[in-house]
Design a protein around this ligand. Structure first.
Ligand SMILES: *[C@@H]1O[C@H](CO)[C@@H](O)[C@H](O)[C@H]1NC(C)=O
Ligand SMILES: *[C@@H]1O[C@H](CO)[C@@H](O)[C@H](O)[C@H]1NC(C)=O
Ligand SMILES: *[C@@H]1O[C@H](CO)[C@@H](O)[C@H](O)[C@H]1NC(C)=O
Length: 408
């Protein structure tokens, strides 16, 4: 054993910058071998955290928002959105999903303002990141399918509804030279009992939506949405793309949840998202074109998220993949983080990064999200948001705090 270690030590020491010419066809070329660098896992810790603002259009109470950069603004896609009854603090008329924009400062940081219109998350004096955009209308931003109690999703039985709730923000696959952005989103075709939120199809099929957007000064212009396939992933199939995604190099990497726990991974060339035969699936440590079953434990990528809601991204600064989100069974604003050198892993065991203030309702905090596109090149940290939910007697709207956590 000792001999082996010594041998390895000598080998490493002599290989530091060893260069020897070798003959390759008619040329002499140099092979430079270097001491293998052991890249330690990137494991940032929070140095400080600042609650900056509420992200809000004060006329709307918006649940579960995620964001992505499109053109010169940030697009937010949210779940249930209710409209403020004018002159009151009450919100009514629920839309299953909506979208809005926030602005950036010249230096690209989010354009937080001190004070603003009174309404959801804004008493007129506190800091807000103001969401702009059109009033919600039907059909919703991601339209409900023709079989889904159109157009609002609320069924005539008065007891059930189709939700069309986005789990992840749009995935941008292309920004053309003229600025036109192409993006995709996968949304589960969920039907639930309105009162209990019991899912009526436990492993629902998934709709693939496409978005195209040419940057426009008018914030009332939203991306155009089209339905590529209302059954892109079938019922009882892994809903790749709903749990999160990262576009890196030539591929889009898509995460989806397994039925009995765990996170699965697929990849597709970034310009072939609509073509199912171009997908590959990561099973048993290898890429294969055979789609695994939703309960296949070999399809699990350990620690690629906790299975709680969160965000995947690639950190250019750290040259590392990152997932930040909620613990698997949690209703608190406790943000866990896991990192990996590759989308396939190995992912570090998720650890607690930051705990934010909770609401006082039955689901105090959820839809934990990271917003990597808000970072300037020199920002070493991350912007985070979540949904705070309060008892009706405490506060009648959903609140979305924005926090900047700096890293050590
Ligand atoms: C967000 O809104 C809530 C409700 O109005 C308020 O209590 C809180 O102070 C606001 N947070 C910030 C950072 O402005
Ligand atoms: C921008 O370029 C895209 C792709 O090249 C093209 O499809 C689109 O029509 C162009 N849009 C405008 C407004 O020029
Ligand atoms: C989808 O990909 C397959 C396999 O590469 C290819 O043969 C087929 O033409 C593609 N379909 C479309 C519609 O592009």
């Amino acid at each position: 054993m000792m001999h082996l270690l010594l041998f390895l030590a000598v080998l490493l020491a002599t290989s530091i910058t060893y260069a020897a010419p070798i003959q390759y066809e008619s040329k002499k070329i140099f092979i430079i071998s270097q001491k293998p660098t052991l890249i330690p896992h990137y494991m940032p810790q929070a140095k400080s955290a600042t609650i900056l603002a509420n992200v809000t259009d004060p006329d709307l109470s918006r649940d579960s928002c995620g964001s992505v950069k499109m053109g010169f603004r940030t697009l937010w896609t949210c779940r249930d959105t209710a409209i403020r009854v004018p002159g009151t603090n009450q919100f009514a008329f629920v839309f299953a999903n909506t979208a809005g924009w926030t602005d950036h400062q010249q230096d690209e940081a989010p354009a937080i303002q001190q004070g603003g219109p009174i309404g959801a998350g804004s008493d007129g004096t506190n800091s807000i990141l103001l969401m702009k955009g059109p009033r919600p209308t039907l059909p919703t931003f991601y339209p409900l399918g023709p079989n889904m109690c159109p157009n609002s999703g609320a069924c005539d039985d008065g007891a059930s509804r189709w939700t069309a709730w986005p789990d992840s923000p749009p995935m941008v696959t292309d920004t053309a030279l003229n600025g036109t952005v192409t993006a995709y989103t996968w949304v589960s075709n969920n039907k639930m009992v309105s009162s209990s939120m019991e899912q009526l199809t436990p492993q629902p099929s998934t709709t693939l939506f496409k978005m195209t957007y040419t940057p426009n000064l008018n914030p009332d212009v939203l991306p155009a949405v089209s339905t590529v396939d209302g059954n892109f992933w079938g019922e009882h199939e892994i809903a790749y793309g709903t749990y999160g995604n990262v576009v890196k190099g030539e591929y889009a990497y898509l995460y989806g949840l397994l039925h009995l726990g765990g996170v699965a991974l697929a990849r597709v060339p970034v310009d072939c998202v609509e073509n199912k035969s171009q997908y590959e699936y990561y099973v048993d440590g290898k890429w294969t074109s055979t789609k695994p079953a939703i309960d296949d434990p070999a399809a699990a990528v350990p620690n690629a998220g906790t299975t709680g809601q969160g965000t995947f991204y690639f950190s250019d600064r750290a040259q590392s993949y990152v997932w930040i989100g909620q613990a698997s069974i949690s209703v608190s604003a406790d943000f866990y983080i896991s990192t990996a050198p590759n989308p396939e892993g190995p992912w570090t065991s998720p650890y607690l990064l930051y705990s934010g203030p909770n609401g006082d309702g039955d689901l105090p905090s959820y839809s934990l999200q990271a917003h990597p596109h808000m970072l300037r090149e020199y920002d070493d940290g991350i912007y985070l948001t979540w949904t705070q939910y309060f008892k009706l007697s405490t506060y009648a709207a959903y609140v979305t705090p924005l926090v900047y956590v700096s890293f050590v």
